[in-house]
Every structure is written in structure tokens, then in C-alpha cells.
Ligand binder design. Sequence first.
Ligand SMILES: C[S@@+](CC[C@H](N)C(=O)[O-])C[C@H]1O[C@@H](n2cnc3c(N)ncnc32)[C@H](O)[C@@H]1O
Length: 252
Amino acid sequence: MARAASDTDFGFRKVPLSEKQGLVDDVFHSVARRYDLMNDLMSGGLHRAWKDVLVATVNPPKGDRPFAHLDLAGGTGDVAFRVAKAGGPETKITVADINTEMLAVGRERAEKLGRGDIEFIEGNAERLPFPDKSYDCVTIAFGIRNVPQIDLALKEAYRVLKFGGRFLCLEFSSVDVPGLDRLYDLYSFNVIPQVGRAVTGDAEAYRYLVESIRKFPKPTVFADMIRNAGFGRVSYEKLTGGVVALHSGWKL
Ligand SMILES: C[S@@+](CC[C@H](N)C(=O)[O-])C[C@H]1O[C@@H](n2cnc3c(N)ncnc32)[C@H](O)[C@@H]1O
């Protein structure tokens, strides 16, 4: 059957572009309460090390220098709490996410951690509710592949950054170590949905997550997309044999 020009990937399925966000929202609504536990179980705790690399690269100032940080698709606040811990008293952090349930979990965690100063704002990465040139750094961790129009989200990240600001994106990528690739596939397609079913009651949500990783552009292609949004000095680094890549771009 011919596909409409506006069809897009939702995991391995093709869906109309206008329907993807609703499907993504259902996934995260369904798993929000168990999301953090599942991250630890699925990655064997590795997501913590990957996020630590991200935050070390953000390198927020320790002293009194003001630093405005935006964590896009920040969900339950994992990256935000790490940036807050690494930064000084003038590091101001905003989490933006489209999903109210993920944000609600994030706000509860912030209260428990005594980080009520972190803002949790409902917003779509494709149309951010923030003025131009308002942030020193914009991060997005494991979020960009869920956004239906990635090019719009990259342009928005560029728009809200100040000149001299940095964009950093942590995302699952393509494993290119012979042997590890097959093991990774076996684990992803067989183990993760089953663990997802046991922990969240929703195997389909985790099937989508695994499939969406396979559909995400290769690191060189994604680097070009970041350049096309206007960023300069674009680079990337692969972590854990390419399971994850950290892309960086500057607003120059
Ligand atoms: C895999 S979670 C990542 C959460 C968090 N960044 C982390 O690393 O733990 C993906 C997040 O992207 C959010 N998301 C999906 N589409 C979005 C959009 N268009 N704008 C903003 N957030 C979006 C989801 O609601 C979800 O919280």
C-alpha cells in the first residue's frame, strides 16, 4: 500500500505524523511510575554512567557564575538532579517535557531531594514555551528519538540557546562492535519487553522503545541534522561500543 508523505516511524510501524506524539505520550504515561526502576533494570545501571558523562560535559560552573540550564524531554528529572548537584548556587535548571505524568514523578522526586528550585514545565520540544537566547546549555537525554519532528526540536534548542551556548544530546545509537551487536539485539528484542511486562505491565511500551532505537539515525546522519539546525563545531562520542552516542553542537 502507498504511504502518505507525512507517515513517520513509530518503532517499526509507519503511522501518520499527526498521530505519533499521541502514541508516544501513551507509552510514557503508562510507564511513568516505574520508569526510573526500569531504566536501572534495562541498562544494568549503565544509564547512570552515561548521564554522568553527559553532566561532566555540561560542566556547570561551581562558583557564583549564573548558568541557565534547560533539560528537554527531561521526564522524571534524572539529568536535572545531576546537573544541580554538579553546579553552583547560581545554576538554575528547567526541565521541559510534554508528559504530565513524567513531570509529576519528577516534581515528587525534586521535593524529596530538597530541590524544589528546579522548574518542571510542560512543553513540546517542537514549540518551546521559552524566549529566544535564554539558556547557556540545553540537554536532551533519550528524548529526541521520541519527538515526531526532530528537525523542529533541534531548531528550537538552537533558538532558546544564548550565543556561545552548547547543545548536548545523549541518545541510543548503533552498536558496531562485532559480536556485541547480535548479543545486544537478542537482549533488546527478547529480554527488555519481558522485563517491561513484569515491572510495568506493558511489554508493548518497551517493544516501542527498543524498535525506536533501531530507527534512530546513525551518528553521522544525526550530526548532520544538528548542523542543519544551525549549530557549529558539531561532534559526537560513542559510549559502550556505540550503544549510546553523545552529540554536541554550539550556537556560535
Ligand atoms: C525515554 S524518556 C527520557 C527521560 C529523561 N530524559 C531520562 O533520560 O531519564 C523520553 C521522554 O521524552 C518525552 N517526550 C516525548 N516527546 C516529547 C516532545 N515532543 N516534547 C517534549 N518531551 C517529549 C517523554 O514524555 C519522556 O519523558
